[in-house]
Design a protein around this ligand. Sequence first.
Ligand SMILES: [Zn+2]
Length: 192
Amino acid sequence: MRIESIKSHLKGQTIMSRKSTFSAAFASALAPFDAYSREAVAQGIRDLGQDPEGDLSCVYCGTEAATWDHVFSRVVNGEFSGHGHRVRNLVPCCRSCNERKGKRQWRSWLDIVAPGDAVERASKIEHFLSHAAASPMTAEAMDAAAPAEYERYREIRSQVFALMAEADALAVTIRGKLVAAASDPVTQQQKT
Ligand SMILES: [Zn+2]
């Protein structure tokens, strides 16, 4: 490590710099989820061409799976994508693919991580996805089913962001006033 790397710590932090974390939380809270059914999961695994009774492998690169990847991410550009924690949206995945796939579409990730097998693996994933019982939850559907609640939900999100921005401005003022007070001769005199 070089001493210059300390620079990333020597600067003001803001609450708004975490906005994407809060956006993701608001999106995730809307995301639907399936109840656990071993048979439903096992059928999905068979559709992926794997043995549900054995050790599962990563649908992207073929190495041993260590986690479950959301094929379609729940949050896109800070908004709820309509996809949730559904059995037909969760596939066995290795740690490396899970961390590196990021915001990419599953097909582009396949092309990167397994170019030779991408076509064969893509057809398995397509087969798996074609049996999804539920379609993605759209903003229109939420607006139609629960208009008042959905509107208030978005309003609260905006208010939270506005409050975060206000708190950021207050933090700057508080720091500024502390510095001013520390260098003000009157304040210094009062202390002694
Ligand atoms: Zn992998």
